[in-house]
Write a protein that binds this ligand. Structure first.
Ligand SMILES: N[C@@H](CCC[C@H](N)C(=O)O)C(=O)O
Length: 268
């Protein structure tokens, strides 16, 4: 089975092209591929499927030829992955499956429009973040209040107002399962300047990752709310680089690098 490896600000993915929609991905297989010691190693898998052959998103086929069937490193399914869509778009263009420029990608969170710049950056329209109430994440015994943001997938964005570098994210932070019955991605962020935040993230199904696109947008929403703003462009510094989030009244955008680094044959 062919694979391609890529990343967006070090949020890394194994891409599995399945152009005829014939590959059944079991959770155990995905987890084995993502294992950093015995597999390729990745935060998740981007399974490339024709939208029209994918029953769960077939209604998107008129707007997007390809479906990003996203899986977390533990093999679980997620609705959306912001960095994943950007890397998926880079793969489609570099492999000749899409023309450079602007096009739609089908996801479980709906069609996402992507735009490739000549600089190599990829921008994805992420839609309108939905905000709910506050909830609490407990990291290494310390509670942090955060904002519940839905980006297609669930987030709890906690503005902690302290440096995030010293936080221990080696274990799953505790959260309220009544608020997040399907689990949650937890961001911890520190505003460090005008419209600039430093973020770390513990992703549902993957653990701490070096970047999270949907989490970056959720973080910008939480930081903007604290600043009394609803629109504007935010720089979100993550362990793997910096992504740019633009909040508009009715939608949001995520921009940053997306690169492919290797390809080969899986023998798992
Ligand atoms: N890294 C992704 C998010 C991947 C899915 C997430 N772990 C979930 O389970 O919702 C991103 O860039 O958005």
């Amino acid at each position: 089975m062919r694979f391609v490896k890529g990343h967006g600000t070090e949020n890394d993915f194994v891409i599995i092209p399945d152009l005829d929609g014939e590959v059944e991905l079991s959770a155990a297989f995905v987890a084995a591929v993502c294992d950093r010691h015995t597999g390729i190693g990745a935060d998740g898998v981007l399974h490339v499927m024709p939208t029209k052959l994918s029953p769960e998103v077939a209604d998107q086929a008129g707007q997007a030829e390809w479906f990003m069937d996203y899986r977390n490193a533990d093999g679980g399914v997620a609705q959306m992955c912001g960095n994943g869509v950007r890397v998926f778009a880079r793969y489609l263009v570099d492999s000749g499956l899409a023309d450079a420029g602007e096009f739609g990608v089908a996801t479980r969170g709906g069609v996402k429009r992507v735009r490739l710049a000549e600089t190599g950056d990829v921008t994805v329209e992420m839609g309108r973040p939905k905000t709910f109430g506050e909830s609490v994440a407990t990291v290494a015994g310390k509670p942090y209040e955060g904002l519940h943001v839905d980006m297609g997938n669930p987030h709890l964005a906690c503005v902690i107002g302290d440096p995030v570098a010293q936080l221990d994210l080696s274990h799953q932070p505790a959260f309220d399962p009544a608020v997040f019955p399907e689990g949650v991605n937890i961001e911890l962020l520190n505003p460090v300047g005008e419209r600039r935040v430093v973020m770390r993230v513990f992703e549902r199904g993957s653990g701490e990752t070096r970047s999270c696109g949907t989490g970056a947008v959720a973080s910008a929403v939480a930081a903007a709310r604290l600043a009394g703003e609803t629109t504007g462009t935010w720089a979100v510094e993550v362990l793997g680089g910096t992504v740019t989030v633009t909040l508009e009244e009715d939608t949001s955008y995520l921009a940053g690098p997306a690169v492919l680094v290797a390809s080969g044959e899986l023998n798992l």
